[in-house]
Design a protein around this ligand. Structure first.
Ligand SMILES: Nc1nc2c(ncn2[C@@H]2O[C@H](COP(=O)(O)OP(=O)(O)OP(=O)(O)O)[C@@H](O)[C@H]2O)c(=O)[nH]1
Ligand SMILES: C[S@@+](CC[C@H](N)C(=O)[O-])C[C@H]1O[C@@H](n2cnc3c(N)ncnc32)[C@H](O)[C@@H]1O
Ligand code: SF4
Ligand code: SF4
Length: 328
């Protein structure tokens, strides 16, 4: 059985973007009420008393947009201070990053993944649902700031949507030649916007690799990560290219993670909703930590069954929670 030691923690279900593929404008989303959000103290208690004792040592902060959560810098510091912590990372849209990168780095964050779906500000704004002042430049500045502060590896996440940004794959891949950045192409998943998915579908990673191979060649590479990306490199490039292929491949046999939502639900698998448990309610009812650990341990035991048995039903697109609520 695979070691499950990586917890993706959604800090907030709200976001300052409304990406077409995640939480499109007009989507009816039931936001978590303030009183139902895990407080940062509750989250730290769960980590210290429950998750770390059952074996979790790697943590990724995500959302919604994690940089919108008040106290996020202090939280990074506290998670980093647990002696058992091996890795604290974050996935962000980068919009607020320029002003926070240095504090996050000083707090102990070392790995950061930033979403950047386009190098064209107009296409970018179209994807993130922006109707006002363009947001691209500020995200770009956030990426530069993170790089200058020293985040390494620094990864850029691109969800490839046919007919929207797939023509930019070579331009995005080219970023890795001169810079030590890691660009990852993610196959579009039917969580968040079924209509767009039905209309556009997804492009397989192999098809993208073929384009890149024809232009520059491509070889396998290594970069530090805990995730499902297959990593390649343009020969001689400073950075790498990752491919996250959840639609065309099944990497569930190497699954090492669970997800904790901002309202305290623990979810064993991204692609289906089986087996989720509520940890916030029993925590607030003072159920013993021992009992909570037992519940999480039970879920760890049945996780492999949930992963494999339920995977197909998970790609049909029936979800009660969007990606912004799950944390990706
Ligand atoms: N199906 C599936 N997709 C995943 C899983 N983990 C990550 N992804 C996809 O990969 C995207 C990017 O993930 P990131 O938040 O950057 O994290 P990661 O790839 O695990 O990070 P690293 O540790 O840096 O490799 C997510 O939004 C999902 O689309 C997973 O366990 N299952
Ligand atoms: C839900 S977001 C949360 C963190 C942050 N707001 C961000 O965008 O990086 C995490 C990741 O999920 C990815 N994502 C969201 N919806 C997706 C979908 N339908 N298919 C594939 N990836 C998706 C995003 O591109 C992002 O890299
Ligand atoms: S992908 Fe990230 S930035 Fe885009 S809407 Fe979802 S949570 Fe927000
Ligand atoms: S689909 Fe589920 S089991 Fe498969 S890798 Fe993702 S989270 Fe793990």
């Amino acid at each position: 059985m695979n070691l499950v030691d990586y917890l993706r923690i959604s800090l907030i279900d709200r976001c300052n973007f409304q990406c077409q593929y995640c939480m499109p404008e007009g989507a009816e989303i039931d936001y978590i009420l303030q009183q139902n959000l895990l407080t940062l103290d509750e989250l730290l208690t769960l980590l210290r008393e429950v998750f770390i004792p059952v074996g979790f040592t790697r943590f990724r902060l995500t959302g919604g947009e994690p940089l919108l959560r008040p106290g996020v810098v202090e939280l990074v510091k506290q998670i980093n201070a647990f002696p058992e912590t091996k890795d604290v990372a974050m996935t962000t849209n980068g919009f607020l990053l320029a002003g926070m990168a240095e504090d996050l780095y000083k707090a102990g964050l070392r790995r950061i993944n930033i979403s950047l779906d386009s190098l064209d500000p107009d296409i970018f704004d179209q994807i993130i649902g922006n109707r006002g002042r363009s947001r691209w430049q500020q995200v770009w500045e956030g990426i530069q700031a993170a790089y200058e502060v020293g985040f390494n590896p620094l990864k850029l996440n691109v969800v490839v949507i046919p007919g929207v940004n797939d023509h930019e794959v070579l331009e995005l891949a080219k970023l890795t030649i001169e810079r030590q950045w890691h660009v990852r192409f993610i196959e579009f998943m039917p969580i968040g916007n079924n209509d767009l998915f039905a209309d556009r579908g997804w492009i397989s990673s192999e098809e993208l690799r073929q384009q890149i191979r024809e232009k520059w060649g491509l070889e396998t590479a290594q970069v530090r990560g805990n995730g499902p990306a297959d990593v390649f490199q343009i020969p001689g490039a400073k950075g790498t290219l990752g491919f996250i292929s959840q639609m065309s491949e099944c990497f569930c046999d190497r699954c090492n993670r669970m997800r904790l939502s901002a309202d305290g639900w623990l979810r064993p698998c991204l692609l289906n909703e089986t087996g989720q448990i509520d940890l916030k309610t029993p925590l607030r009812q003072n159920v013993t930590f021992e009992e909570l650990r037992e519940q999480v341990n039970n879920l760890l035991t049945i996780k492999p069954d949930i992963n494999f048995k339920q995977r197909d039903s998970g790609t049909t697109g029936n979800y009660s929670r969007t990606m912004s609520q799950i944390g990706g």
